[in-house]
Write a protein that binds this ligand. Sequence first.
Ligand SMILES: [Ca+2]
Ligand SMILES: [Ca+2]
Length: 437
Amino acid sequence: MPHRGRLLLAGALSALLLACQSASTAAPGAAAAPATVPASAPAVAATAPPGKPAAPAMIAAKPVAQPPAGRQAGGTVPRIALQALPFGFQQPLALANAGDGSGRHFVVEKGGLIRVIKGDQLLQTPFIDLKSRVTASGSEQGLLGLAFHPRYAENGRFFVGYTDTQGRNTVERFQVSAANPDQGDLSTGVVLLAIDDPAQNHNGGNVAFGPDGYLWVGTGDGGAAGDRYRNGQNKQTLLGKMLRLDVDSAEPYGIPADNPYIGNAEYRPEIWAMGLRNPWRYSFDRANGDLWIADVGQNAYEEINRVPGGTAGGLNFGWPLTEGLHCFPATASCDQSAFTQPVAEYGRDGGCSVTGGNVYRGAAYPSLNGMYFFGDFCTGRIWSLDAADGATFRMTEQLKDALQITSFGQDEAGEVYMTTFSGPDASNHRIYQIVAQ
Ligand SMILES: [Ca+2]
Ligand SMILES: [Ca+2]
């Protein structure tokens, strides 16, 4: 990739980061190469909420959760610390749970493996080996996402997002082995999507079930820089979008009856929202159905979007007409009135590639309840967003460690973890749990 400097990050490590940036052309402004970033590694999220899918509707509408007792809106922001898990991984970039009561963590490695942490052990045999299907040569390519069906305990189905051997953005379904719950069955694969992609970067790759029981697939704009291929606002392409699929009503998927453009020939019916550049990690707040989307910026601004639970589809996040809260390019004028604006952004003083996270809903650290945590791949900064008054969000820098933060993820209990391409040695990357200080 043409990004200057970036390549220097030791090859693999760098990959994800990028997701961010466009690579390609890096842009000015684009943060300098994270040369000193140490290694450690985070993981991601996207976990399907346990429980049966709700009736298909919009994002489940529930009241906004209140801050826990002891933390007043606008009061002191609780501080966090990181606790490393005692295992090493190779380029972990997602962490998910099966929602089946097993308590296992499933860790996605960029090269194509899914590893299982069971109890206090990292199992030697991977859950599944997808190396034969995956291209991981580009820094943003590889096995990128994992989500378990909301009724996984009954049907054994799980879904992965990856770059296939032809560079296509692919979503495939697999089934667990009938004989061994710690093994997926490669022979059961059914491809749902294989989207042609013009460049190595901006490949999306996240997959997550919403509280509506549908599979949400966020795609990048295809790549290069500045949305060169003009996908973000193109109604006839699946790139640069948030897609919403019903994986139960048809084979390999159907279109939810309330997808916003169903019956409108101008749009592909899978589209729920448009105008995304590279949604590197989005997740649902398991308490209220809010959808949090981090969209990686081009040269100047990284952004966090929040879509309240219950919001109907048809949103436009603005790319490539806007970057963060600003017109893109900066010299252009633009009408932002039709766009869903981010609730937070940061510039190159904060980092160069946002990694979206999760809202904490665990039981171990009540003071963190309702806080959204996210980070930056380039600088290792971790921030929290908390609802100051229900409408605006307060962004607080929590930590700045030299970690290449690739993802956040949740376990069944709602505890939040961070995957990184960082660790004691270059092939032994770490996952950290977020804990209260
Ligand atoms: Ca691409
Ligand atoms: Ca935007």
